[in-house]
Design a protein around this ligand. Structure first.
Ligand code: T1G
Length: 697
């Protein structure tokens, strides 16, 4: 059965792509289109051709899974040549999302029509690629070079209305469904068939690229130089669109695109980004959950704690259209909390990232109270109070007394024991961790943490909640720090030891930022505030294992009353948000090295990055072996979406696989010999390295 069934209706050949779930342009689809065009060309009864997606969407792009393999013909250019060579008009009928190679096929048709809800775009940059099937050459010829750069570099689709205004589609047809789209497209195709050819081809147009300001391309490069540092695809996209404008012929420009596409497709960055694409989707799948378990519907929510996190979490619900009550003990705390939320919305409206009407609608969904009785009917309540077990016990005891049966009792704790919290209730099956990341209304990660007694339905409900909130979920097991903070502790610990051994905070930050982190660990700590970590460490001093190496540098800085940006000094000195290295801190660190008898030596940037990432991967291997993470890729998703790990590096576990686990094990063993038990190699790392394998397979 062809992946592109062919039928003739009213003199129009209808080619329907049938490759669920997103009609990715697999080899079978490419074969089906080429064969369909040939069949229509040979059929005298056929006057025009419609290319349409079956199911919920037009073609959403190349089949990303094919990239790791040897691509089989017909290739994208072969399909495009067939579409453009047709003497009978070819109309692309768009619904759902026409993306990447799918939209490039559409751009190679003579005409495009869509239903109003359709979206079109060239998002290849999100995969470290560029539109490799003529998109960098045809799009500028229709919308102009500047708009084409915006669309391709932004990687986001546009709606049918905008596409119509830009001339990317000829008509928005009546109706909302695929059958109505098909009927509209057939009618449109018959009209075009009545007009003598040749029918228009985007490749032949020059009107929109003539007169392009030659300075455009260098301006775009200069404007984005910092953001694109270390990246490949963005610069190659600019080069290709520039070629579309400056090369004498379409084919010359296409050759530039082809060469650059081949380089990107083979690049480590694209491999990491394609990995991240699938890893995010895998993380949402929980093996072992009974197929018949139905998530509880969440139509109303409550948040305990009107602080920064509580307010941000309340915004997440309101932004998703879920009514939410914010509860705090005092009216003063509530007033401060709701003022902070209003301020957040005002800022994003002022920035243009949130339309005023959307902010008003969301704010209208947030109410406040000081009484637990008022929130009893909420479908979920998320506790976001101080990170202190006694406070959590009190809150969950109260929730247990008032919340309706079946309400989900979630905690936003970032490290504390979920089972300990659940023990304050008579319904541990309804208790679960939903760890949001600050700012909660911005950060995408939702680290769900299952307790020993969290029910399958409770787990399924918070995994589904993440989708409702537009978050990326990862399910973690219950241990100190879960997945993210447990690895963050190791990451920070090794950076602190490197300070004692010879590095400076600014050198560590520069090395990590050169690797791709948006912010180094010390700038990040200064931004978050050093006092929180200090109070956690003081709380754990009594039980800390004194035989393990411990760096007092952070404590000494806090003892000087330096809590980071908010006090004008932390690791760095601050003027407002502007951080400058502080010689006083260098002196402090040197004095600690002397006090501890740690000889100082030169530490290279490469050693900093390798040591940090190897420590993360080693801890990740332990987390995996303990079942705290279901997959190695879940650990990567946690770091990509919760901790700013550079997406084009894939995540700590992906990085380790790319290095080769045997090489990572060697590094771990070297530090184990030098640093002792904190670097004990994870048995899973040893096993996989010995087998010459990655984390899976
Ligand atoms: N290839 C293979 N599988 C894909 C896929 C693709 N392009 N897109 C989605 N899937 C799978 C996905 O892994 C999931 O699988 C299922 O489909 C549903 O996806 C030559 C080189 C279209 C907006 O980058 O943005 O064309 O988990 O959960 O939320 O120039 O999927 O069910 O097993 O995301 O409704 C360019 C990528 C490719 C679009 C739908 N195209 N896809 O979102 O569903 S490169 C893209 C998306 C290219 C050319 C270049 C989204 C979506 P499973 P989903 P969704």
């Amino acid at each position: 059965m062809s992946a592109v069934p062919y039928r003739v209706e009213n003199g129009v050949a209808v080619l329907t792509i049938d490759n669920p779930p997103v009609n990715a342009a697999s080899r079978a689809v490419r074969v089906g289109i080429v064969d369909g065009i040939k069949q229509a060309g040979a059929d005298a009864s056929v006057k025009a051709i419609v290319l349409i997606g079956g199911g919920r969407t037009f073609i959403a792009g190349a089949d990303i899974r094919e990239f790791g393999q040897q691509l089989q013909p017909p290739h994208f250019p072969d399909v495009i040549d067939a579409l453009e060579a047709s003497t009978k008009p070819v109309v692309a009928a768009l619904h759902g999302t026409a993306l990447g190679g799918g939209f490039e096929f559409a751009l190679s048709c003579h005409y495009r029509v869509a239903i109003a809800s359709a979206k079109v775009g060239l998002p290849e940059v999100n995969l470290g690629l560029l539109p490799g099937a003529g998109g960098t050459q045809r799009l500028p010829r229709i919308v102009g070079a500047a708009k084409a750069l915006d669309m391709i570099l932004g990687g986001k689709p546009i709606g049918a209305d905008e596409a119509l205004k830009l001339g990317l589609i000829e008509q928005i047809v009546a109706g909302k469904t695929q059958p109505e789209l098909e009927a509209g497209a057939i009618a449109f195709a018959r009209e075009r068939a009545a007009v003598a050819g040749p029918h228009p081809r985007a490749r032949d147009r020059v009107d929109k690229i003539q007169g392009t300001d030659p300075a455009l391309f260098d301006e775009v490069r200069a404007k984005n130089a910092k953001k694109w540092a270390g990246r490949l695809a963005e610069f190659k996209i600019v080069e290709c669109v520039q070629a579309a404008v400056e090369k004498k012929t379409f084919d010359e420009g296409s050759a530039v695109e082809r060469d650059n596409f081949v380089i990107l497709r083979a690049s480590a960055q694209s491999k990491a980004l394609r990995y991240a694409f699938f890893a995010e989707r895998e993380a949402a799948k929980i093996p072992g959950l009974p197929d018949d378990v139905k998530p509880r519907e969440i139509k109303s929510a409550a948040v305990i704690g009107a602080g920064t996190m509580g307010g941000g979490i309340a915004m997440c619900f309101a932004n998703a259209g879920v009514a939410v009550q914010m509860l705090d003990a005092s009216q003063a705390a509530i007033d401060a909390g709701i003022a902070r939320v209003r301020g957040n919305y005002a800022t994003s409206v002022a920035r243009g990232s949130t339309p005023q009407d959307r902010a008003d609608k969301a704010l209208g969904l947030i109410s406040t109270t000081t009484r637990y009785e008022d929130i009893a009917q909420a479908d979920i309540v998320v506790e976001a109070v101080f990170e202190d077990m006694k406070v959590k016990h009190d809150v969950f005891g109260a929730l247990d007394r008032v919340m309706k049966p079946g309400a989900i009792l979630a905690t936003n704790t970032s490290t504390l024991d979920i089972d300990g919290i659940a023990s304050s209730t008579k319904r541990p099956e309804d208790v679960i961790g939903t760890h949001f990341f600050s700012p909660a209304n911005v950060m995408k990660l939702q680290e769900n943490v299952r307790g020993a007694k969290s029910s399958a339905q409770t787990i399924a409900s918070v995994m589904a909640l993440a989708k409702t909130l537009g978050k990326v979920p990862v399910l973690a097991g219950n241990c100190h720090g879960f997945i993210g903070n447990r690895i963050l502790y190791v990451y920070g610990r090794e950076c602190d030891f490197m300070l004692e051994e010879g590095a400076t905070p600014w050198q560590v930050d520069r090395a990590l930022q050169a690797f791709g982190f948006p912010m180094g660990v010390y700038l990040m700590r200064d931004l978050a505030g050093l006092d929180v970590g200090w109070s956690v460490r003081k709380g754990r001093e009594a039980t800390r294992d004194k035989s393990l190496r411990y760096s007092p540098v952070a404590d000494r800085i806090c003892e000087m009353g330096r809590f980071g940006q908010k006090t004008g000094a932390g690791y760095y000195k601050y003027e407002g948000r502007n951080a400058t290295p502080d010689p006083e801190i260098e002196k402090l660190i040197e004095s600690v090295s002397v006090e501890l008898g740690v000889p100082r030596r030169a530490v290279t940037d490469e050693q900093i990055v390798t040591r940090v990432l190897s420590a993360m991967a080693n801890e990740g291997a332990k987390i995996l072996a303990e079942g705290i993470a279901i997959r190695a890729s879940d650990i990567d998703v946690t770091y990509l979406y919760g901790y700013g790990f550079p997406r084009h590096q894939g995540g700590p576990m992906f990085w380790a696989e790319e290095q080769g686990l045997a090489k990572v094990l060697e590094t771990v063993q070297r530090y184990h010999a030098e640093q002792g038990v904190l670097w004990t190699p994870a048995p899973l790392l040893v096993e996989r390295a010995a087998a010459g394998k990655g984390w899976t397979g």
